[in-house]
Design a protein around this ligand. Structure first.
Ligand code: ADP
Ligand code: ZN
Length: 736
């Protein structure tokens, strides 16, 4: 049974014989009804094990069941899990997310309760200490044990055995003799609490103003409290939101910081510890099951005060969440597209509303959506226009590849090569940025023209020299680099086409053989530890030239870095993606923003064939305002988000004809109201992914709930998808 110390929202326990609604982790539209057994103490939010088909699954009690179920068919609750019940605001949030994303409530609830293992308590540690008189029979081994022990201190059995250089059997003997007593210790997470006054920074005037505005009372009526903290790169956004966290801690409430990438967590954990004198909880896919259990429980019991994590941390069962920070709020990585499609930034705002918490969105380059919300007064807009320490922003210029092209077979134009050489001579660091992993994006046969494509996806295989493989960046398929063309059999005709970071690094090694060069790309990394060490080496000046993908574009502080060269600014433009301009503007601002963050000024050089592109022009002039105005106008004219709502409906399966037929069927039965259009079906942006063919219908409608309501009733009328066919709904898709 749940322990009395857990806070219980509803004093009303469900008694034996009554029926409760339990949300189970399955794609079902509603909760299922179960019977409360003799001696079971169940409240709303209790986590329980219930039979589902032949399995026992982890479910959550949502309330009393209103359903009429034949008592003979009713199954009992098998077991109550020893965990704090899920509180009402989090249950309400789960319902809201399910309703908004058109996902099954159980699939959303699953992100809260996760696996079985999460609920287990760590076994208590068995320890010993001196308790009674020395034993009658003293052996040399026993004497050694008693010798090394300090009265009153507690030792683990194995630790003590090691210390004394004896076997654990000797310790057991002493316990039996009554000389030592066994005790158990339950380890508690969050033993050291972050201290809001541990080591506060002296803020600049601009930063202090921003902090003041942030922690000034939000709206009094309990409505939305969102602040957009828009600060140029190096302005000290982190220092500013740390002060908001300090304020939350002083109020005795909990805080959550979301980051778009695991690669950024290590550095932020350290910075947090320096400021607050304690480690926060850490939450992402890279942590151990043990940490996972401790953070989950610690957060639920209110012992872990601050969590730094990936988007999934949004579903943690905080006891009293007072503040959510979304760092780099514009990042596409906040969008999850598997199972439940949701944007953690948008959902954080909803969670905060249920928890009566504040939200801070932080970015140097906010999403167009957030910028518009701020301008319209729905969010408070808090700017930090200057870099810390009066450092100038990097001076940016374009290198026109039409006038000064790179030599044949190379990718760095003469002005960029010169700049790297100058930087090297001054003993400073350069970063060459290209957002393409591997050696070459495409491999082709010079003789017959064959191109290597993934068998499971409609995508080229990317050549990786380091590992001598061809990789699919969509499904993870990897094959050894072939020796001959599978089409014509020629053995010396396979050539790489275009550059990836490995190829740029090769050019750098040829041009600057004495420079210390490092490639930083997510597939080169040997895990987060290695990456952390590499990033620290860069920060310590042990590397002269970094060649990197977007992994190095954001968040990091490299004091010696003064030159950033963008190898190909045009990669991001075009391709018919309406968000391309926004993404490119953000990425290039972020990456050039790495330059000149310490005492020496920075330079950004951008290689492009389109130096007059309005987005590039705004970027070069550091004119964010102009970019957002341009982009807002373009979106408004073209009926694009955020002025309309898109919902993507993707039909996928291994049988291409079946998929097409089902997509056509959906189109045929759609009866949208006048305000809504159903576009398509057409092949989805990746027509085949992991062996599944994909057709997409795009629904365009007004903001608000109408569009979702239409999709819900439309899909409910459709024929059941057969075989392995699946229908995924994505509200506010990334590409449209
Ligand atoms: P941003 O996130 O806006 O790019 P950071 O918070 O990382 O900026 O700050 C940039 C650098 O300036 C960091 O090294 C940070 O420690 C330093 N810094 C910013 N504000 C202060 C301050 N008030 N006191 C001391 N150092 C600061
Ligand atoms: Zn693939």
């Amino acid at each position: 049974a749940s322990s009395p110390s857990h806070s219980i929202d509803s004093p009303l326990a469900h008694t034996a014989g009554s029926n409760v609604a339990v949300v189970v982790p399955a794609p079902m539209p509603t909760a299922l009804t179960y019977r409360v057994g003799e001696g079971q103490t169940i409240v709303d939010g209790s986590i329980v094990k219930v039979p589902l088909g032949r399995r026992l699954v982890l479910g959550t009690v949502w309330g009393a069941s209103q359903d009429e179920v034949n008592p003979s068919r009713l199954k009992p609750i098998e077991q109550i899990v020893d965990a704090p019940p899920i509180r009402a605001p989090l249950r309400a949030f789960v319902d809201w997310v399910a309703d908004w994303t058109l996902a099954a409530p159980g699939m959303v609830a699953r992100m809260v309760t996760r696996g079985d293992d999460l609920m287990q308590r760590d076994p208590p540690v068995t320890a010993v200490r001196k308790a009674g008189a020395p034993p009658e029979r003293i052996t040399p081994a026993r004497a050694r044990v008693l010798d090394v022990m300090v009265d009153g201190d507690v030792y683990t059995k194995s630790g003590l055995a090691d210390l004394a250089g004896v076997s654990t059997a000797v310790i057991d003997g002493l316990v039996k003799a009554g000389t030592l007593e066994k005790i158990t210790i339950q380890r508690e997470p969050g033993r050291i609490e972050p201290d809001p006054d541990f080591d506060p920074r002296t803020l600049t005037e601009g930063q202090a103003d921003a902090v003041h505005e942030l922690i000034a009372e939000g709206p009094k009526d309990g409505s939305l409290d969102v602040a957009l903290l828009e600060g140029v790169t190096g302005s000290g956004k982190t220092e500013v939101y740390f002060e908001a966290i300090a304020n939350t801690l002083r109020e005795g409430r909990q805080a959550l910081i979301l980051l778009p990438e695991i690669a950024l967590t290590a550095a932020l954990l350290d910075r947090f510890a320096e400021r607050f004198g304690a480690m926060p909880g850490e939450w992402h896919s890279g942590i151990t099951p043990k940490t996972r259990r401790q953070v989950w429980r610690g957060v639920a019991e209110g012992k872990v005060k601050v969590v730094i994590g990936a988007r999934s941390a949004l579903y943690l069962p905080f006891e009293d969440l007072g503040l959510i920070i979304i760092d780099e709020e514009h990042e596409a990585a906040y969008k999850q597209e598997e199972w439940v499609s949701y944007n953690a930034r948008d959902m954080a705002i909803v969670r905060a509303r249920f928890e009566k918490a504040q939200v801070i969105l932080a970015s140097a380059t906010p999403s167009v959506e957030s910028r518009i919300n701020a301008k319209a007064g729905r969010y408070r807009h808090i700017p930090l226009p200057a870099r810390y320490g009066a450092r100038p922003l990097p001076s940016l210029s374009a290198i026109d590849l039409r006038r000064t092209p790179p030599e044949r077979g190379t990718w760095l134009a003469p002005p960029l090569v010169e700049a790297v050489r100058d930087t090297l001579e001054r003993g400073e660091q350069s970063l060459l940025f290209l957002n393409r992993r591997g050696y070459a994006p495409l491999t082709l046969c010079r003789t017959c023209g064959h191109r290597f494509e993934c068998v499971m996806c409609s995508a080229w295989l990317v050549q990786h020299r380091f590992t001598q493989t061809l990789n699919c960046h969509h499904c993870g398929h990897i094959e050894p680099m072939p020796k001959a063309c599978p089409e014509c059999g020629n053995t010396d005709s396979l050539v790489p086409s275009g550059p990836g970071v490995e190829r740029i690094a090769e050019e750098v090694a040829t041009r600057f053989p004495d420079a210390r060069t490092l490639v930083l790309s997510s597939d080169m990394m040997g895990g987060p530890k290695r990456l952390k060490a590499e990033l620290e080496a860069v920060a310590a000046g042990e590397v002269d030239i970094v060649v990197g993908t977007q992994l190095v574009a954001k968040g990091h502080n490299f004091p010696g870095l003064t030159l950033v060269g963008v190898v190909d600014a045009d990669v991001g433009f075009g391709q018919g993606d309406p968000r391309a301009s926004e993404r490119t503007f953000q990425l290039l601002t972020q990456v050039t923003g790495r330059a000149g963050r310490a005492d020496k000024p920075g330079i950004g050089l951008i290689q492009t064939h389109m130096p007059d592109h309005p987005v590039l022009q705004a970027l070069l002039a550091h004119d964010t305002e102009r970019f957002y105005t341009l982009e807002e106008e373009a979106r408004r004219r073209a009926y694009l988000p955020p002025f309309v709502r898109f919902v993507a409906v993707i039909v996928s399966g291994t049988d291409v004809a079946g998929v097409k037929a089902h997509a056509n069927h959906l189109k045929a039965i759609a009866r949208p109201p006048e305000t809504i259009d159903v576009l398509g079906p057409v092949e989805a942006p990746l027509a085949m992914l992991r062996g599944r063919h994909r057709q997409r219908l795009l629904v365009r409608g007004p903001r608000g709930r109408e569009t979702q309501s239409f999709v819900k009733s439309w899909l409910a009328r459709a024929d059941k998808a057969r075989g392995d066919m699946r229908i995924d709904v994505d509200v506010d898709p990334q590409s449209f």
